[in-house]
Unconditional design. Structure first.
Length: 319
């Protein structure tokens, strides 16, 4: 009980300066446009999977939140994944990639789904053989990399594309930049409640998340659904470090475009924002709020939806 009170006090203190801990998404970001457009072609190409049926875009629908809006994604041969697919939008701002932080950056992340036997289940050797039969790919790789098609070049092109997937100019970002009319009074109240309840202890920075690991259930133990076999096998950060205290620790997700990325949690067990906010208040910060206040927080969260990444509107190099 004393520990809980101390934590609540810390969260409350953080809320005093939490607005400064959240910054707008930059309007532009540096990347190699031509390599990114090549990466865009690869992102949508099912030949990157063993059975030519699954692409990166199969699990990451870029025009609709950057995830696939189902509890668990399906890979080759209809195999079901073990964690909820995270959004790739604004992933460049995360301090590590993958829910368990197994990838250092976007380029390091690329090979995980490609070689995972229940996702795309293939090898770079097989991918390169396929792509070398495509004269357009051969021309583009030779032009932008001045070399043959290689694993490093494939990874780089895909990471350049994902770097470009930022969603700036949300109404909240406009508010942070000084447009006080960008939010309604209820939305401003929701932001105040978000801060006062200590949510910014974990959800801060430009991505409003994505910069630390945390366990689900800080102030109240969270027990996953025992009927959910996939979730029982997901040990979070422990998969990487093999340290006992990292069991069930997962990267705090971004709240950017959160209204578009249901279902929520690493196990996809929560289907809507209202229930998600209520859940987080209970398990993470130990706070109770009225139905009206929860709805205000939800209204605030919906102001985090940004603009479509510009690169998705550029059809250069597309077939």
């Amino acid at each position: 009980m004393i520990r809980n009170k101390i934590l609540i006090l810390i969260l409350g203190c953080m809320s005093l300066y939490s607005q400064e801990l959240i910054t707008p998404i930059p309007l532009t970001i540096q990347y190699d446009k031509q390599k990114a457009l090549l990466g865009k072609k690869l992102f949508y190409d099912t030949r990157l999977s063993k059975d030519d049926a699954v692409s990166c875009a199969s699990c990451h629908i870029l025009q609709d939140g950057g995830d696939d809006n189902i509890q668990y994604s399906f890979g080759i041969d209809g195999q079901k994944g073990v964690v909820n697919s995270p959004t790739v939008l604004n992933a460049v701002f995360n301090f590590s990639q993958m829910r368990d932080g197994s990838a250092r950056d976007l380029k390091d992340q690329v090979h995980f789904p490609i070689t995972n036997p229940i996702e795309m289940g293939t090898t770079y050797k097989d991918i390169i053989i396929k792509l070398q039969k495509d004269n357009e790919y051969k021309k583009l790789f030779d032009k932008y990399y001045d070399s043959d098609i290689t694993q490093d070049n494939i990874d780089d092109a895909l990471s350049q594309f994902q770097t470009a997937l930022i969603t700036p100019n949300s109404r909240f970002d406009k508010y942070l930049r000084g447009d006080k009319n960008a939010l309604s009074q209820d939305e401003k109240d929701g932001f105040d409640l978000f801060k006062k309840n200590g949510c910014t202890a974990c959800h801060n920075g430009v991505n409003i998340g994505g910069n630390l690991y945390q366990k689900v259930g800080i102030l109240q133990v969270y027990k996953d659904d025992e009927d959910d076999d996939n979730d029982k096998h997901d040990l979070g950060r422990y998969n990487v470090t093999k340290k006992e205290y990292d069991k069930y620790m997962v990267k705090v997700p971004t709240l950017r475009n959160i209204e578009l990325t249901a279902p929520y949690l690493h196990n996809g067990n929560i289907s809507n924002l209202y229930t998600m906010v209520k859940f987080m208040l209970k398990y993470q910060v130990g706070m109770k709020q009225s139905d009206e206040n929860i709805k205000k927080i939800v209204k605030f969260l919906k102001t985090l939806t940004g603009e479509t990444p510009l690169i998705l509107k550029d059809n250069t190099n597309e077939k």
